[in-house]
Design a protein around this ligand. Structure first.
Ligand code: DUC
Ligand code: ZN
Ligand code: ZN
Ligand code: ZN
Length: 464
């Protein structure tokens, strides 16, 4: 038989260790893995000197996201281009129903936004912002559509926050149908009080965003939601999104040791940046929630990533232009009016590879676990995604482990003219992305066609 694509001299990494040889691809799937494949192929790529990993799964993006009065600047085209440029072959984006909108029509809207534009493949999570009979009824229906993971907010009072009783009711309902509940864990009531206190004292600079959302607000909310979910039972699957403190990770780990299926995600900015960035003249660009933390917390997160206590890395890619961040004014607006969110999908790979693998903090196996294998299992995409196995989708990132890059907006692909990683020098860069057997990115150029990405429905999540 003639293969569509043959990858020669591959050094591949999976969760079970490295492997050297060839990989043959047919009809978008991995067809054969072997020592030296001699059969014909339409196209052959020599990957000597490179590292091959499963295409990254960024389980946390907000494309075309209506939030805080703005819609994020990366639509599904720009956002998924940035993703594939960063070796991400699948994003899992958050369907965000409008107030009063039902879940199924919000799902349809997201499919209609994404399908004509995506370059990467994509899955969907469902945000639930209010509870009524229709919404409760539709939970099993959206799970049937492949949306098996949800996100509930304990913060953003008056916009997305839910009270404890509703959180309880929803986690129970989602769990009854085998879904996973993601939680934004920060104490929104108290944060709202702190915001009002600072504003009344005239304290409006971006750094007060951090002071109004101290570490303990995440730790308290994590502890509270873990307590609530544990009461429902051991079948509950829950993960805390964008965890920014070591203490919140430890709470979840302690439940996991008791047999609960509770997990954590962290984001690349919490691993690399600290609160000082909020004090710069462009500090408004660094406003996201939870906020950037101390270097001590950064170190704690790296240690927990190394130990296996952090389950996934998601970027929380939520991009606003400078104009949006500043609300179209000259002056920086008060901290509570700056739309929350930062870019990141294109930066997961270089940050984890350089600061994690090259610096000797995590192994390549762990890199693969947190960037593809674990998100694939958590979001019901495994084994189609998240591994290198015959029958799986031929999704790969090709890393040049020695490529030195100075990060700037010029080398990235988001629809904005800045990056929060400006000037960062890394060694190790994604040089080619293959999505279902097709080269969609090579050496700075996104060549995947608009709308060529596919919706990948999630199945029941596979967890320990
Ligand atoms: N945090 C952000 O920074 N942006 C989007 C939503 C969120 O929780
Ligand atoms: Zn969040
Ligand atoms: Zn988010
Ligand atoms: Zn480019």
């Amino acid at each position: 038989m003639t293969y569509d694509l043959l990858l020669k001299n591959v050094k591949a990494f999976t969760t079970s260790g490295p492997f050297e040889g060839d990989i043959a691809i047919k009809d978008g799937k991995i067809s054969k893995i072997g020592g030296d494949i001699q059969e014909q192929a339409d196209k052959t790529i020599d990957l000597s000197e490179k590292y091959l990993v499963p295409g990254l799964i960024d389980g946390h993006t907000h494309m075309e996201f209506p939030f805080m009065g703005e819609v994020t600047a990366d639509d599904f085209y720009y956002g998924s281009r940035a993703a594939v440029a960063g070796g991400v072959t699948t994003i899992v984006d958050f369907v965000t129903p409008a107030k009063g909108q039902d879940l199924l029509s919000a799902y349809e809207k997201w499919r209609n936004n994404a399908d004509p534009k995506v370059v990467s493949d994509y899955g969907l999570h469902m945000i639930i912002r209010e509870v009524n009979t229709k919404i409760l009824e539709q939970i099993p229906e959206v799970i049937n559509k492949g949306v098996v993971s949800f996100k509930l907010f304990m913060a953003y009072k008056n916009e997305l926050m839910l009270p404890d009783g509703e959180l309880y009711k929803l986690i129970k309902r989602i769990s009854d149908f085998g879904g996973v509940t993601g939680i934004h864990a920060e104490n929104g009531e108290i944060i709202n009080e702190l915001i009002q206190e600072f504003l009344s004292e005239g304290k409006i600079d971006p750094i007060y965003h951090y002071y109004s959302r101290p570490d303990i607000m995440e730790i308290e909310a994590t502890n509270r939601i873990a307590s609530i979910a544990s009461m429902i039972g051991k079948d509950v699957k829950m993960y805390i999104v964008h965890t920014s403190t070591g203490e919140a990770v430890d709470i979840i780990s302690s439940y996991r040791r008791q047999g609960f299926k509770f997990f954590n995600e962290t984001a690349p900015h919490y691993l690399t940046l600290n609160t000082d960035f909020l004090k710069r003249p462009d500090g408004y660009r660094y406003v996201m929630s939870p906020p950037l933390r101390s270097d001590e917390q950064r170190t704690k997160l790296w240690m927990r990533l190394a130990s296996g206590d952090i389950f996934t890395i998601g970027s929380d890619h939520c991009v606003y232009s400078d104009a949006q961040k500043k609300r179209y004014k000259e002056e920086v607006p008060p901290f509570n009016e700056i739309p929350n969110g930062v870019p990141g999908t294109e930066n997961i790979l270089p940050i984890l590879f350089y600061y994690g693998v090259k610096k000797g903090i995590i192994s390549m196996e762990r890199f693969v676990e947190v960037t593809s294998y674990n998100p694939a299992r958590l979001f019901g995409l495994y084994p189609r995604k998240g591994t290198i196995m015959p029958g799986s989708d031929a999704d790969f990132a090709v890393i040049d482990p020695n490529r030195k890059v100075r990060i700037s907006a010029d080398v990235l692909h988001s629809n904005i003219n800045y990056t929060i990683y400006d000037g960062m020098e890394v060694e190790g860069w994604n040089v080619m992305t293959i999505r279902r057997g097709e080269v969609v990115y090579e050496e700075g150029q996104v060549i995947g066609k608009k709308g060529s990405g596919k919706y990948i429905p999630g199945k029941t999540p596979i967890l320990l």
